[in-house]
Design a protein around this ligand. Structure first.
Ligand SMILES: [Zn+2]
Ligand SMILES: [Zn+2]
Length: 160
């Protein structure tokens, strides 16, 4: 909470990305006495598609196999740097070493050079996962697919 104190008098906007519960964050802030708290109706992805996402800096980090999503189609910017070589880069990769599993920004070249690992230490791990260029590894869910029922009805689900 102390880290948030500096924002107490600011106008705050929370938004859904498909993974984070912005309702929870908003409720928490209100409970802590913050007064200017707003939520973006429909989530940030919808905002980007419908409004162009102008002035949104960087990309939107999400917790599923998309890893990052474009929001700004007007004046996009890259605000992160490759974890290994430091060049401007907005690719997110899930470290190939399952024991690390860190999500880091990794450029195309370093991705292949590190075999999808976040650095030399993880690259040296003998049991790391096979890098396919995406840096995403499906979690073991015993075959459970929460969307299967919808798919079989021929419907698709829009993440919000
Ligand atoms: Zn790099
Ligand atoms: Zn790692």
């Amino acid at each position: 909470m102390a880290a948030l104190e500096q924002y107490r008098d600011k106008k705050i906007l929370t938004y859904c990305t498909g993974g984070i519960k912005c309702e929870k964050a908003s409720a928490y802030l209100l409970e802590q006495g913050f007064e200017n708290v707003y939520q973006l109706h429909g989530g940030i992805i919808k905002y980007g598609i419908e409004q162009g996402g102008e002035d949104f800096e960087g990309k939107c980090y999400v917790f599923d196999n998309r890893l990052v999503v474009d929001v700004n189609q007007v004046n996009p910017s890259i605000i992160s740097r490759c974890h290994v070589c430091g060049t401007a880069c907005d690719r997110m990769v899930n470290c190939a070493n399952a024991d690390c599993n860190d999500h880091v920004a990794l450029c195309e070249r370093c991705g292949w050079e590190m075999e999808g690992a976040c650095g030399p230490a993880c690259q040296a791990q003998p049991n790391k996962r096979v890098y396919d260029g995406t840096g995403y590894y499906q979690k073991n869910t015993n075959g459970y697919d929460p969307y299967r029922a919808f798919k079989s009805m021929g419907k698709t689900i829009e993440p919000h």
